[in-house]
Design a protein around this ligand. Structure first.
Ligand code: 9Z3
Length: 307
């Protein structure tokens, strides 16, 4: 099978409209945190869309809403990392995710000129706000958005190349659900596909595996963690091992679609380590990302130690 070429992909797809301003913001952010001797992680989160028309009415999407990425970003922040959060527009964001299902009209109370938070929610809201205030005032979090596959890959490449200057202090944590298939820009119909033309057959091309240039040339000294998602349990570990062998990065985290919230496997060149949350842990709100980030930050520390 002929492997698609990464350079061809970029040559044939359009830069995001805000690309230059995103690049400047990432450059400033990375420089600032390198100057402060801080570790920096690029967390990718949420799913990419694949347009079916150039003036896009329809697109292919996937299930991811960015829970893994947004939750992990918070744990990186509490481990004192600076976080570039490259996420799907409209997907979950660190801190905001806690209020996703809350109706503020039910928890806020007008009291004279003031607004107060009612009873049992107060300490929770207080704790999240305090963490968020600290992150905001220390400028530890940079939010970068994408929607389409092209926007994601352009921003990923730029951020990774900029992170090169952070050397081993840089970590990449690639949790976004990135489409494996797309229609190259040159093959997209310009206008909305007409149903009057009859049933539709779509032919999709393979997306080039960007992990290859990412590890070998965009950011060669960084600590790179990728994710492997499967639905067949028999494929998970073999495919995670295969990815490590092919791309030669540090870690693959494997997860099964239906079990991803309470079970993951960390695969490295040497070990395969499973993490499960017990039922009690799940019921009491323990998040598997807390375990993951503990172990990854520890591995990153070892990686940064002089040989
Ligand atoms: C993951 O495996 C993430 O853990 C999830 C998180 C997308 C499952 P949610 O957003 O889900 O919390 O609901 N991300 C990587 C998925 C992926 O596309 N991996 C590719 C693959 O498995 C390679 S990098 O081949």
């Amino acid at each position: 099978m002929d492997l698609p070429d990464c350079n061809d992909f970029f040559e044939n797809s359009q830069k995001p409209d805000n690309f230059d301003s995103v690049r400047c913001a990432v450059e400033d952010f990375v420089k600032k945190h390198i100057d402060q001797d801080r570790n920096i992680v690029l967390v990718t989160s949420g799913g990419t869309t694949v347009p079916l028309e150039s003036q896009t009415v329809r697109f292919i999407d996937n299930f991811s809403i960015g829970t893994r990425g947004a939750t992990s970003a918070e744990y990186f922040l509490s481990s004192n990392y600076a976080v570039i959060f490259l996420h799907r527009k409209g997907s979950l964001k660190p801190f905001q995710r806690h209020f996703q299902h809350i109706n503020f009209l039910d928890i806020l109370l007008a009291s004279g000129d003031d607004v107060i938070v009612q009873g049992d929610q107060k300490s929770r809201v207080h704790s999240i706000l305090s963490q968020y205030d600290h992150v905001k005032s220390s400028e530890l979090l940079l939010l970068v958005e994408f929607t389409t596959l092209g926007e994601y890959l352009y921003n990923l490449r730029a951020a990774a190349q900029i992170l090169r200057s952070a050397q081993k202090r840089a970590m990449l944590y690639l949790a976004a659900a990135v489409s494996d298939f797309y229609i190259p820009a040159g093959q997209l119909p310009k206008h909305k596909i007409q149903s009057s033309d009859g049933a539709l057959t779509i032919s999709l091309q393979l997306v080039p595996k960007m992990l290859r240039p990412l590890v070998s040339s965009w950011v060669p000294n960084a600590f790179v963690t990728s994710f492997k998602l499967e639905t067949d349990p028999l494929l998970l570990v073999p495919k995670a091992k295969q990815a490590l062998k092919t791309y030669k990065h540090q870690v693959v985290i494997g997860n099964l679609l239906e079990r991803r919230k309470f079970e993951v496997v960390i695969v490295t060149q040497d070990v395969e380590r499973w993490f499960h949350l017990t039922e009690v842990e799940q019921k009491t709100g323990v998040e598997i990302e807390s375990r993951l980030i503990d172990i990854l930050t520890e591995m990153h520390n070892q990686f940064m130690e002089p040989a």
